[in-house]
Write a protein that binds this ligand. Structure first.
Ligand SMILES: C[S@@+](CC[C@H](N)C(=O)[O-])C[C@H]1O[C@@H](n2cnc3c(N)ncnc32)[C@H](O)[C@@H]1O
Length: 192
């Protein structure tokens, strides 16, 4: 008989429609910073047997995606309102996710704001632990300097194989950066 310990979700985090199931029957996928949520809603429609968890720091965006998922009748999206850097290790366990998407993370180009950049070795080391072996982290970045920094951070952490990929979905942000003529790097980092 398995002895599962119930750990209540942290009270300071908000969830829509409820705290996510951490051991669902099908695959589990994480998105950090879904923005307007177009890609998340699209994936959840395409893959009804997959459970999607998304962490969004901005309350308005968190609430809007929750509402859209509800109005489309999608039962496989669980939104978390919080800072991914603070809530990841409090909620997740090793080897639970098949895929993690972090598309167009804010580049914070000014040096004095660089501490706000999300994709740093410490966070990547946690994400590597939460991924199943053979799972992958997907990233798109429109700022060349940040893309280089991200690649270096993955290399520092180790345990990934890097592949260049095509655009995954034309989100609002992707269309905006493309219209401004920005070069975009799309990466898939596979846990080996
Ligand atoms: C430039 S937008 C990209 C949105 C979406 N991924 C896309 O490709 O269209 C970055 C998103 O990440 C969110 N974000 C930034 N820092 C975050 C953090 N520490 N934890 C969770 N979400 C974060 C922002 O609020 C914003 O919605």
């Amino acid at each position: 008989m398995s002895t599962k310990v119930y750990i209540p979700p942290p009270k300071d985090l908000r969830f829509l429609p409820a705290p996510p199931p951490l051991e669902p029957e099908g695959p589990l996928v994480l998105e950090i910073g879904p923005g307007k949520g177009e890609f998340l809603l699209h994936l959840a429609e395409q893959e009804p047997k997959t459970t999607f968890i998304a962490i969004e720091i901005r309350h308005g965006r968190f609430a809007k995606i929750g509402k859209r998922a509800e109005s489309r009748g999608l039962k496989n999206i669980y939104m978390i309102h919080g800072d991914a850097r603070e809530c990841l290790t409090r909620l997740f366990r090793p080897a639970m996710f098949e895929r993690i998407y972090i598309l167009f993370p804010d580049p914070w180009p000014k040096r004095r704001h660089s501490k706000h950049r999300l994709l740093k070795p410490e966070l990547l080391a946690h994400l590597r632990d939460f991924l199943k072996p053979g799972g992958a982290i997907y990233n798109a970045t429109d700022a060349g300097f940040y893309s280089e920094e991200i690649v270096s951070a993955f290399e520092e952490v180790g345990g990934f194989e890097r592949q260049r990929i095509e655009s995954l979905y034309p989100t609002y942000f992707e269309k905006k950066w493309k219209a401004l003529g920005r070069e975009i790097d799309y990466w898939k980092f596979v846990k080996v």
